[in-house]
Design a binder for this molecule. Structure first.
Ligand SMILES: [Zn+2]
Length: 205
């Protein structure tokens, strides 16, 4: 597993809610924790490693990288956006790119953790920024979509460079074709969906 860079199509594929925390989800979280620490990031969303599931990790202290210090967030729903603040933001899928992005100052986060416990709290400051950035990822929204015209213009060369690298990797066979990637994402998404269908049938019986 590795962190996918823009413009990999997995970054634009809407993630499906997690219906059941199974071995796939647990393994995914373990791998994502490793990558988050390796890359010294504050947050990482499942689509960034090619899994279309509503899962993200966040970490607000840079000292500890064990599972306990990482908050695992499943199926987040944001509401009560308050205030507005512009600050520099980066993303592990856009190495080297930092631009000011406007975000709500505080936001209410409702979600679940890996043990199925409910999360319901209002977050602010850097935490609010990370929560909004990562939740965007789960809907296929990237921070470049929220940039001002000026910031976008300033990012143009770097984005073109990333696109060139992506196409080269695809040509050399290191990255599968667009069609193969989308098929793989659909297959992964249907796995969580298939679990739901089976569980519902069971419930009715
Ligand atoms: Zn990101």
């Amino acid at each position: 597993m590795e962190i996918l860079h823009y413009p990999h199509p997995a970054l634009r594929f809407p993630a499906c809610p997690v219906r059941r925390v199974d071995d796939t989800i647990r393994r995914l979280v373990r791998e994502m924790t490793r990558l988050l620490s390796e890359h010294n990031g504050l947050g990482l969303a499942a689509p960034q490693v090619g899994y279309p599931y509503q899962v993200f990790l966040m970490r607000l202290t840079r000292e500890n990288y064990d599972l306990q210090s990482v908050q695992v967030v499943l199926n987040p729903v944001l509401s009560e956006f308050r205030g507005s603040v512009e600050e520099d933001e980066g993303c592990l899928s856009f190495p080297g790119l930092y631009q000011p992005i406007r975000r709500a100052k505080s936001v209410r986060l409702r979600a679940f953790d890996l043990e199925g416990r409910e999360i319901d709290r209002t977050v602010s400051g850097l935490e609010a920024r990370v929560v909004q950035h990562e939740t965007d990822h789960l809907h296929g929204i990237l921070f470049i979509d929220r940039m001002s015209e000026t910031a976008r213009l300033a990012s143009r060369d770097l984005l073109e460079n990333l696109t060139r690298q992506y196409l080269e990797a695809q040509r050399s066979g290191k990255i599968p074709s667009e069609k193969a990637i989308v098929e793989q994402l659909q297959e992964l998404a249907s796995r969580q969906g298939a679990v739901v269908a089976a569980a519902r049938v069971g419930e009715r019986v």
